[in-house]
Design a protein around this ligand. Structure first.
Ligand SMILES: Nc1ncnc2c1ncn2[C@@H]1O[C@H](COP(=O)(O)OP(=O)(O)OP(=O)(O)O)[C@@H](O)[C@H]1O
Length: 444
């Protein structure tokens, strides 16, 4: 009978086989152990922060990284402000896969320049921030698409050592400041895009308040009211009053309603969110949502509110549905906005206040109504002097007298002064051009 045990132990082929299996198994155990150890170490030593592309800070962080990337590359090349070891590592891990980010900058003289900046592309990159190494992992999930923007879903994950976790809040704060500084001295116009607000065009140079000439004391009155509102959040809070204020500017076309709101935003350092209520596809829910998520420090502007909601339109819900899907009660609910306790300043404009339903303009929805009419003699003289200089005060009075109470909008005055820009006397001599404009009539 064959002794099987001695066959296995004494047979050199079998014992070598067992040896190999043993080594293989040992290696597998070691490998698994090493992986587990690495996972454990990662969990214990590293900390991550994920920023999805639909979050507001995503663009801020990308913009900040692009600036940071340039610094890191320079630091790695020149070795400034970093240790020899850090320099070696930074050089070794410089981003190899870059993506371009194009931005436009409008200069004070109106010209626009284009900047190309390199931001870390998809994949992993490492950079140095205040002596801490940070890994940036930019990933795109092609399978997940944002339905509203049709853009693939992306995330940026920052990872660093646990002990350095404080850098995350520093990075976010710096990125936000950097983004805001880009728009310093400018007004950003936002329009609605699906359920969110997106900047529309380039940030505009602030319009000066003095450049919009309203009747005596009108501009100062609105500015004082808004400032009073902004500085009294606690007062509203203590009394449980919703912290919002609505303004309605009404009057004929070209009286400076929109221009004034732009200038006011510039004066306050606010941005403007423009919402067109007649926009196709706008629903009650979306309107409500948009008002709730308006960017901080912004004025919401609902222009030509009469075009969207007149009494007739309200009576005919059918007609309402032909334009946008917003119903009158939906608008009232959105204005009342129970969902948000944040500051909310809404400006509405109309050429026809008489067409508005009283429910829309009642206090709480519209707290301040201001009439901006055709140019008064005061405005006429002021505009004349703004165009030609205060030394022409006498000529300005003569011009105003010659207008003889004929209704001219401030926009029409501006047009007239532009035509006669080189000669104040010529503006006075040709005042008839204004009087004979279609629609001009004597207001006396
Ligand atoms: N009071 C004003 N002071 C200085 N410029 C003015 C004034 N009113 C109008 N303008 C000029 O006229 C043009 C049109 O003004 P704006 O769009 O602000 O008028 P509006 O009242 O909003 O008109 P609409 O009711 O048609 O929307 C702008 O170029 C603006 O600079």
């Amino acid at each position: 009978m064959v002794d099987l045990s001695s066959f296995f132990t004494e047979n050199p082929y079998f014992s070598a086989g067992f040896g190999l299996i043993g080594v293989g198994a040992g290696l597998a155990v070691l490998r698994q152990g090493a992986r587990r150890g690495a996972d454990l170490m990662r969990r214990q030593l590293l900390v991550s922060m994920e920023i999805p592309s639909h979050d507001k800070s995503y663009q801020w962080v990308l913009g900040w990284l692009s600036r940071r990337g340039v610094h890191t590359i320079r630091a790695a090349e020149t070795g400034q402000n970093i240790t020899w070891m850090q320099k070696r590592i930074a050089k070794a891990v410089l981003p190899r896969h870059l993506a371009v980010q194009t931005s436009y900058k409008q200069h004070d003289n109106g010209s626009v320049s284009t900047n190309f900046t390199m931001v870390p592309g998809q994949g992993k990159h490492i950079f140095l921030y205040n002596g801490s190494f940070i890994q940036v992992d930019r990933q795109r999930n092609a399978k997940m698409i944002d339905i509203q923007t049709a853009a693939p879903f992306e995330t940026v994950t920052l990872t660093t050592l646990s002990r350095d976790r404080v850098v995350f809040s520093q990075i976010l704060a710096e990125a936000r400041e950097h983004a805001l500084a880009q728009n310093e001295g400018r007004t950003v116009l936002y329009t609605s895009f699906g359920p969110e607000w997106r900047p529309f065009g380039l940030p505009r140079k602030k319009r000066l308040l003095e450049s919009v000439v309203l009747d005596r004391g009108v501009s100062e009155g609105i500015v004082a009211d808004v400032n009073d509102f902004i500085s009294n959040e606690k007062w509203y809070d203590d009394r449980g009053i919703p912290y919002r204020r609505g303004y309605l500017l009404y009057g004929p076309p070209g009286s400076g309603k929109t221009s004034f709101i732009q200038a006011l935003a510039g004066e306050l350092g606010y941005n403007i969110c423009i919402l067109n209520l007649s926009e196709r596809g706008l629903t009650d829910d979306r309107l409500n949502h948009l008002l709730t998520v308006a960017p901080e420090r912004s004025l919401v502007l609902l222009e030509d509110i009469d075009a969207a909601f007149t009494r007739t339109r309200q009576q005919s819900e059918q007609a309402a549905y032909q334009q946008s899907m917003v119903t009158f009660s939906g608008l009232l609910n959105a204005l009342d906005g129970v969902a948000s306790s944040d500051e909310r300043i809404i400006f509405m404009t109309t050429n026809h206040i008489e067409r508005l339903d009283p429910a829309l303009v009642r206090p709480g929805r519209v707290d301040v109504k201001v009439f901006l009419g055709n140019a008064s003699p005061y405005q006429t003289c002021k505009m004349f002097e703004r165009f030609y200089g205060t030394e022409y005060a006498d000529l300005a009075r003569e011009f105003s007298k010659k207008l003889d109470g004929h209704a001219a909008s401030t926009a029409q005055l501006q047009g007239h002064f532009v035509v006669h820009k080189k000669n104040a006397q010529s503006a006075v001599d040709n005042v008839r051009e204004l009087i004979e404009l279609p629609g001009s009539h004597n207001e006396h």
